[in-house]
Design a protein around this ligand. Structure first.
Ligand code: SF4
Length: 761
C-alpha cells in the first residue's frame, strides 16, 4: 500500500511570513531570542561577522537586517547554546552514534574539548591541545612521504586560516589540497580561466542595479543564496527581465515576498521573479546557449535583427570566433531541442530578448557545474556573453554564485592542488624554501588514493568529508583504511565517526565568537562571489574557554610538524595583521591589506577581465568551439531498455551543504521526510508506480558496483520527463567515484543514470 504522499503543495511565495516564522523558530530553538537577535543584528555588518552561509555579496549601504532566513539558520546553528556532553563517547558506542542521522549528530551542539580516538580504545577520549598537536605531527612526520597525506578544506575557513594551512602543508612537502570547490565551482574556474583569463566572476553587486536582463542558470537562490532575491526584485521593479533555466519550478524564482517590506507582508503581496522560466532538461543548458547563439548569428547573417552580434568588440578583443561560428553552424536545431527539451521557438524568444538588451548578467550554480560537460557549458555561456560584449561593462558579466562563504577566498589563498608556478615561486622566496612542485590531488583523486593505500592520513579544515563527497560507501571504506584522520570542526558530524586507526577532533571557534589572542581581539577576512574582501569579527563570548581559533590550531600543529625556523607561528597567531602582511607579499591584489580591510565593507580585489584585460596566454578573450555532447545522460537513459532516469542531487530549503536543519522543505511542500524522490507524472507511469510509492533507487553503474539508496517515497512533481531529483547527502551513495566532469574532475551529481524498484518493506 503506497504511503500517503508527505506532500502538500505550497502556494506561498518565497520569503514572506514563512521566512519570519522559520527564523523565529531557529532563534528560539538554538540561541534563545535575546542572544539570537543581538547576534543577527551584527551579521554581515562592517563591525560584525560574516554569515557562515553562502557567498552572496553585502551591499555598500546595507539595512539593519542584512541577512536572510537561511542566514539565521546557519548563524544560530553555530551559535547554539548546546554543547556535546563530555560523557557522550562513554555512554554511546561509535556504532550507536553512526546510526544517528546527520541532523541528530549536529544537533547535539558544539564540540568544546580536543578529542583523540584509537581503534585500540574504540572511543574518543579527551586530550590536551599540546599532546594532540604533537601526536598529529608525529604521525604525519612518520609517513614515508608528505604525499601520503592530504589536507582538505571546506569553504568556511577564513583567508588567514587557509593561508597558514597551505603554508604548513607546503613546508611539510605536499600540494595535496583537495577542497570543497573541487565538488562545486571547479568547472567555473577552469572554463573562465581559459576563456577570459580569470577563474572568477566579473560582476559586482552594483552591476545588478544596471542589468537589463539577468540569466539564472541551474541555480536555486531562494534556498541557497536568498539575499539574491532582493537584488532580482529590485531589478524587476526597474524593468529588467529575469530569464531562468532550471528543470524544477523553484519557488524563489517564481514569486518573492520581501520580509523587510512591511506593505508586501501586510498585504500579502509578492513580486513575480522570472519573466521567463524554462524547464530545461538536466544537462541541456549548453544546448540552450548554443541555440541562443545560433539564433543571433542567423539573424545577423540574414540581417533580420541588426547588431545582434557585436563584431567590433569581437574583432578587438576575441579569438577563435570563426571556429565558433562553424561549431554553431554544425549544431542542428534538432540536437538543441532534444538535449534541452525546449522548442526552437522558446529558445528564439529568449534569444530575441537577449539580442535587444545591452547589459546582461549570467548567473549560475551547481545545476551547471556538476555535469560531465560542465566546462564546455560554461564556455558556451561565456561565448554567448562575448557575442554581445557582455563582459567588462557596467551592468553585465559572468557570475558563478558560490555556495560557501569563503570558498573563493580559500582558492585565492593557495588552497589549490594545482598551484601556479608563479604562486609557488613567490611563496618559496618569501619563506625561503623550495615548495613542492609535484601537482597535488583533488577531492575525487584523494578518495581514490585513500582506497589505493597511497594517502594514509587526511586532515580536514572544517567540512563533513564523508557526507559531502560522492560514492559514500567507497568513501567510508577509504576513511576506514587510513592511519590518521583529523577534523577541525565546530559540531559533531558523521566524518568524525568514520575514523582512521587514529583520529582527532579539534574544536574551533565559530564565526560569531570573538577570537582573543595576545594582540587582542582578532579580525579575519573572507572573499565573496563578487571578489569583495571584507572583515569578520566575532561578537559573542566563545561557548567554551577551551576552544581555539582555526589559525591557532593550524599553527599549533605546524610548530610540531615543520618547526618555526621559517615561520614565527606564535607571532602570527598573536596578531593576525602579521598573517595579512605575509599574504600581501605572496598573493597579488592584497596591497595595504590591513588598512583596506578596515575600510567600510573592505575592498574589491579587482578582476582584469572586468577591465577587458585578458590575462590569457594569447591576451585575448577566447571563444570555445566544442560540439554539443554526443548524448546527454538524459538522452542515454531515454534509450535504455528498462525504464531508466537521470537523477540530480540537490539541497532542501532547510539545509546548508551537508548540514540539515530539519526534515522539511517548505518551498517544495515536503514535511518530515528527507527520503523523497521528485518525479513527474509521465515518469511515474513509465516506471509503473503511483505517487507515494516507496522505492529503492539504483545507479546504472559502469563498474558493475551496486549503488543503492533505499526506501524513498515517490513525490509527483513538475519536472521534465526523465529528470528526477532527491536530496544529498542521502543520495551521494548513488554518485560513482568515476563519474566526473571533463577537465573539472567534479562529481556529476546533477546527472546520475538510475533505475527504480519497489522497496522491500
Ligand atoms: S544570502 Fe547567504 S550570506 Fe547572505 S545571509 Fe543568506 S545565507 Fe548568509
Amino acid at each position: 500500500m503506497p504511503n500517503k504522499p508527505p506532500f502538500k503543495p505550497s502556494s506561498a511565495a518565497a520569503g514572506g511570513w514563512g521566512a519570519l516564522k522559520a527564523s523565529g523558530e531557529s532563534l528560539l530553538k538554538n540561541t534563545g531570542l535575546v542572544k539570537g537577535v543581538k547576534t543577527m543584528l551584527k551579521a554581515n555588518k562592517p563591525d560584525g561577522f560574516d554569515c557562515p552561509g553562502c557567498a552572496w555579496g553585502d551591499p555598500e549601504h546595507g539595512s539593519s537586517f542584512e541577512f536572510c532566513e537561511n542566514g539565521v539558520k546557519a548563524v544560530t546553528w553555530e551559535a547554539t547554546k548546546d554543547v556535546v556532553p563530555a560523557s557522550l563517547f562513554e555512554r554511546h558506542s561509535m556504532d550507536d552514534l553512526r546510526k544517528l542521522s546527520d541532523r541528530e549528530l549536529e544537533s547535539m551542539g558544539r564540540l568544546t574539548k580536543p578529542l583523540r580516538y584509537s581503534h585500540k580504545v574504540g572511543l574518543y577520549e579527551e586530550v590536551s591541545w599540546d599532546a594532540a598537536f604533537a601526536e598529529i605531527a608525529g604521525e604525519l612526520n612518520a609517513l614515508p612521504s608528505a604525499d601520503n597525506a592530504a589536507f582538505y578544506t571546506s569553504g568556511r575557513a577564513s583567508n588567514e586560516a587557509a593561508f597558514l594551512y597551505q603554508l604548513m602543508g607546503r613546508l611539510y612537502g605536499t600540494n595535496n589540497f583537495p577542497d570543497c570547490s573541487n565538488m562545486c565551482h571547479e568547472a567555473s574556474g577552469v572554463a573562465l580561466s581559459a576563456a577570459i583569463g580569470v577563474g572568477k566572476g566579473t560582476v559586482t553587486l552594483d552591476d545588478f542595479d544596471k542589468a537589463e536582463v539577468i540569466f539564472v542558470l541551474g541555480q536555486n537562490p531562494g534556498s541557497n543564496h536568498p539575499r539574491m532575491l532582493a537584488e532580482l526584485k529590485k531589478a524587476i521593479k526597474r524593468g529588467a527581465k529575469v530569464i531562468t533555466l532550471n528543470p524544477l519550478k523553484e519557488r524563489g524564482l517564481e514569486r518573492f515576498t520581501d520580509p523587510k517590506n512591511s506593505s508586501e507582508m501586510l498585504l500579502g503581496l509578492s513580486t513575480p521573479i522570472s519573466s521567463h522560466y524554462l524547464n530545461v532538461k538536466l544537462g541541456g543548458d549548453m544546448a540552450v546557449m548554443r541555440g541562443i547563439a545560433k539564433a543571433l548569428l542567423t539573424w545577423d547573417y540574414e540581417n533580420v535583427l541588426s547588431g545582434t552580434v557585436l563584431r567590433q568588440f569581437i574583432d578587438e578583443h576575441c579569438e577563435n570566433f570563426q571556429s565558433y561560428e562553424s561549431a554553431v553552424e554544425r549544431s542542428t536545431w534538432k540536437e538543441i531541442e532534444d538535449q534541452s527539451g525546449l522548442s526552437q521557438r522558446k529558445i528564439e524568444e529568449i534569444a530575441r530578448i537577449y539580442a535587444q538588451s545591452n547589459r546582461v548578467i549570467f548567473c549560475w550554480a551547481m545545476g551547471i557545474t556538476q555535469h560531465e560537460h560542465s566546462v564546455d557549458t560554461i564556455r558556451e555561456i561565456t561565448n554567448v556573453a562575448l557575442l554581445r560584449g557582455n563582459v567588462g561593462k557596467a551592468g553585465a558579466g559572468l557570475c558563478p554564485v558560490r555556495g560557501h562563504s569563503n570558498v573563493q577566498g580559500d582558492r585565492t589563498m593557495g588552497i589549490n592542488e594545482r598551484p601556479s608556478p608563479a604562486f609557488l615561486r613567490t611563496l618559496g622566496s618569501v619563506f625561503d624554501f623550495s615548495p613542492p612542485r609535484k601537482q597535488g590531488i583533488n577531492t575525487v583523486e584523494t578518495i581514490a588514493s585513500m582506497l589505493a593505500g597511497n594517502v594514509k592520513a587526511l586532515v580536514c579544515l572544517g567540512g563533513n568529508f564523508a557526507r559531502a563527497t560522492p560514492d559514500t560507501e567507497q568513501v567510508e571504506e577509504a576513511l576506514g583504511k587510513l592511519r590518521l584522520t583529523v577534523n577541525i570542526a565546530t559540531k559533531l558530524n558523521r566524518s568524525h565517526l568514520i575514523t582512521g586507526e587514529k583520529a582527532f577532533i579539534l574544536p574551533c571557534l565559530g564565526r560569531t565568537e570573538f577570537d582573543e589572542q595576545l594582540g587582542g581581539r582578532q579580525l579575519v577576512s573572507v572573499e565573496d562571489s563578487m571578489s569583495m574582501v571584507h572583515g569578520s569579527a566575532g561578537i559573542n563570548q566563545p561557548i567554551s574557554k577551551e576552544l581555539r581559533s582555526e589559525p591557532a590550531i593550524i599553527a599549533g600543529i605546524a610548530k610540531h610538524l615543520v618547526g618555526s625556523d621559517k615561520v614565527n607561528w606564535d607571532g602570527l597567531i598573536g596578531d593576525y595583521d602579521e598573517i595579512r602582511k605575509l599574504i600581501e607579499k605572496v598573493v597579488p591584489g592584497f596591497h595595504e591589506f590591513n588598512a583596506r580591510l578596515r575600510q567600510n565593507r573592505g575592498f574589491y580585489l579587482g578582476n582584469a577581465a572586468r577591465e577587458r584585460e585578458w590575462v590569457t596566454p594569447n591576451k585575448r578573450a577566447n571563444f570555445s568551439y566544442a560540439s554539443l555532447p554526443l548524448q546527454t545522460v538524459v538522452q542515454r537513459c531515454d534509450k535504455a531498455e528498462v525504464p531508466t532516469f537521470t537523477l540530480q542531487t540537490l539541497r532542501s530549503h532547510d539545509q546548508y551543504n551537508t548540514t540539515v536543519y530539519s526534515d522539511n522543505d517548505r518551498y517544495r511542500g515536503i514535511k518530515g521526510n528527507r527520503r523523497v524522490l521528485f518525479i513527474c507524472e509521465a515518469d511515474l507511469r513509465k516506471a509503473g508506480f503511483k505517487n507515494g510509492a516507496r522505492v529503492d533507487i539504483m545507479t546504472v553503474s559502469e563498474d558493475k558496483r551496486q549503488r543503492v539508496a533505499y526506501d524513498f517515497t515517490l513525490v509527483a512533481y513538475d519536472s521534465p520527463q526523465g529528470c528526477l531529483a532527491a536530496y544529498y547527502p542521502e543520495t551521494n551513495v548513488l554518485v560513482p567515484l568515476y563519474s566526473v566532469g571533463v577537465e573539472s574532475h567534479t562529481p556529476t551529481s546533477k546527472a546520475i543514470p538510475v533505475t527504480l524498484r519497489r522497496t522491500v518493506a
